[in-house]
Design a protein around this ligand. Structure first.
Ligand code: F6R
Length: 609
């Protein structure tokens, strides 16, 4: 994880770095630091804790200079502390490095360096990089970096400065994201585009094994062998304001309310004007190739995995093709059966999640085609997959994913229908019916959001408890998993999600007087059975919060509190029923006084395995 930023130009670099780091805090925020060339040489300031701590240190003693690098950290090797914060320097203090990623062979390298007299000041893997570069330096920082990275195994995006060459900033990437911003008389590096968007809209996106040499006047892209790379600039045409809070108290709430627009944008031109067909030119497969698909694997992490669980039901019901959904960190290690007729769908908001990317590569190595559902154009996942369905959710800043999840669902509905129309596994009238229901979802979400106060009330009550349970059957169960994760990650309330029928096989023992149990019951054909399970909980004193469809007669009679969602087709209910669960988590976290957008121990983008 971690975010890196760098600047070379004529502005006060400290200000540019801090601005950039603010935009990258979603990548990690347990410590931060900057290195700037000042009249005294290469000076480093760093501080454990939020960026504000570093800002106040710099406020007391600013670093005056026009070249610098900065870092916001999410600890992997070594606990959050001043010493473990980046930038890291070598023993001579002449080389300074910021790093995002993990150096897998750092321990061996460190041993070797220590044996040669190097003194280490931190527990990080990164510190070996600055020492290695110093060892390799013979008057050319570019060559030194090339030689040093050849000795490293693992993932890295690096920003490197040396006091010996105060007019050059070097950046290099392998398996961690890195972009180069190109300005007029100034240039930038960043882990992500928002970091530099205040200053320029023209960027190069670095690929693995590429480096960039920045001076005030220009940027050179090179391979690690030193060959020049020619690449077109990418012009960013989205607005930074879309990444600001726009009047909401938190990014998460803003992003919850953006869902109607995100649904509309993601469906966009992908539904034909007559509303009868799905149009997905981005799926780069011929009809024959689609017909040959014999199985589908969906692979993702966390919330995206939960979207994949819903995706399994969507695709199986619409096409009859067997689908398995896997947690990406487990996928490679269970030796999945991947054949050339397997389609692997990877789902990732950021498109940079290391485990998901590794699963993608493994699938391709085994000859499978990979379709990505991702929210970040130009991300590693988007660039490496054979086909990409972009979820047009816009930048998601809150660590807890909301609009990315629901637009991933929309991606699955569209793709499932696309397969069904190509394979003719559903009648055209049914496909048109589902498409029509899909197009009503944004308005139905708006109707749910209008009742947010009801959920707030339920959430404030729930926030007084330490344990909470979710139950649901079939597709509802998949949604409860997401509801439970959302609640845990931001409210820190312990919660578990169970298939309703499974509770009595053990977990029922935990139900005591007053324990809140959220029962999701949106599937008409399963309602009777879910009601029986609700009664089992009521008999043990559980307090039932029911979430069902408007107009249900039975559910209101069985529950203590009820929240109803507008009626839609059974298959589409996840795109509605998850909204009250997102709001529940948000308001419970708020009631507990937590930092909603930046929950403890977490970071937005997990680029380490
Ligand atoms: C939870 C959350 C995480 C991510 C997971 C995968 O709210 O956001 O569980 O879903 O880390 O991230 P992406 O989708 O970027 O691959």
């Amino acid at each position: 994880m971690c975010g890196i930023v760098g600047y070379i130009g004529n502005r006060n670099s400290q200000e540019v770095l801090i601005e950039g780091l603010k935009k990258l805090e979603y990548r990690g925020y347990d410590s931060a630091g900057v290195a700037v060339f000042t009249k005294n040489g290469l000076e480093v300031k760093k501080s454990v804790g939020r960026l504000a701590n570093l800002e106040s240190k710099l406020g007391d003693a600013p670093l005056e200079g026009t070249i610098g690098i900065g870092h916001t950290r999410w600890a992997t090797h070594g606990k959050p502390s001043d010493a473990n914060s980046h930038p890291h320097t070598d023993s001579s203090l002449k080389f300074s490095v910021v790093h995002n990623g993990i150096i897998e062979n750092y321990a061996t390298l460190k041993e070797e360096l220590i044996a040669n007299g190097h003194v280490f000041l931190s527990d990080t893997d990164t510190e070996v990089i600055s020492h290695l570069i110093a060892v390799e330096y013979q008057g050319d920082i570019v060559k030194a970096v090339q030689k040093a990275v050849k000795r490293m195994r693992g993932a890295y995006a690096l920003g490197v400065l040396t006091e010996h060459e105060p007019d050059r900033l070097v950046a290099v990437r392998n398996a961690s994201p890195l972009i180069i911003g190109v300005g007029d008389g100034e240039n930038f590096i960043g882990s992500d585009i928002p970091a530099i968007l205040n200053y320029t809209r023209d960027v190069y996106i670095l690929n693995d094994g590429e480096m960039a040499v920045l001076t005030r006047d220009g940027v050179e892209l090179l391979t690690l062998e030193g060959n020049f790379i020619s690449r077109e600039l990418f012009h960013v045409d989205w607005d930074l304001v879309t990444a600001e809070k726009a009047g909401f108290d938190h990014f998460m709430l803003k992003e919850i309310y953006e869902q109607p627009k995100a649904y509309r944008d993601t469906m966009g031109a992908r539904i034909s004007e007559d509303g009868k067909r799905v149009v997905l030119p981005e799926v780069k497969m011929t009809e024959d190739e689609i017909k040959r698909i014999s199985r589908i694997h969906i692979v993702a992490c966390g919330t995206a995995y939960h979207a994949g669980l819903v995706g399994k039901t969507i695709i199986e019901r619409l096409t009859g093709i067997p689908v398995e959904t896997d947690v990406a960190s487990e996928y490679r290690y269970r030796s999945p059966i991947i054949t050339p007729d397997t389609l692997v769908i990877v789902v990732s908001q950021s498109g940079e999640t290391a485990d998901t990317l590794a699963a993608l590569r493994e699938a391709q190595r085994c000859g499978a085609r990979v379709l990505a559902i991702t929210n970040v154009v130009g991300s590693s996942v988007a660039r490496e997959a054979n086909s990409v369905i972009t979820t047009w959710a816009g930048p998601e800043i809150a660590v807890a994913s909301t609009k990315a999840y629901t637009t991933q669902l929309i991606g699955f509905y569209l793709f499932g229908l696309f397969l069904a129309q190509t394979l003719e596994t559903q009648k055209p009238e049914y496909i048109a019916e589902v498409l029509s229901a899909l197009q009503q979802l944004p308005t139905q979400v708006e109707a749910i959001l209008e009742k947010a106060e009801d959920i707030k009330d339920i959430a404030e009550q729930a926030a007084t408890h330490e344990d909470l349970f979710f139950i649901g059957r079939g597709i509802d169960y998949a949604v409860t998993l997401e509801g439970s994760l959302k609640l845990k990650e931001i409210s820190y309330i312990h919660s578990e999600a169970y298939p309703s029928g499974e509770l009595k096989h053990g977990t029922l023992a935990l139900i005591e007087d007053g324990i809140p149990v959220i029962a999701l019951a949106t599937q008409d054909e399963l309602l009777e059975k879910t009601v029986s399970n609700i009664k089992e909980v009521v008999a043990r004193g559980g307090y039932i919060i029911g979430i069902g469809n408007e107009g249900d007669a039975e559910l209101p009679r069985q529950v203590d509190r009820l929240f109803s969602i507008p009626r839609t087709l059974g298959l589409l209910t996840p795109a509605l029923s998850v909204i009250p669960l997102q709001l529940l988590a948000y308001y419970a976290a708020l009631a507990r006084g937590n930092d909603v957008d930046k929950p403890r121990n977490l970071a937005k983008s997990v680029t380490v395995e």
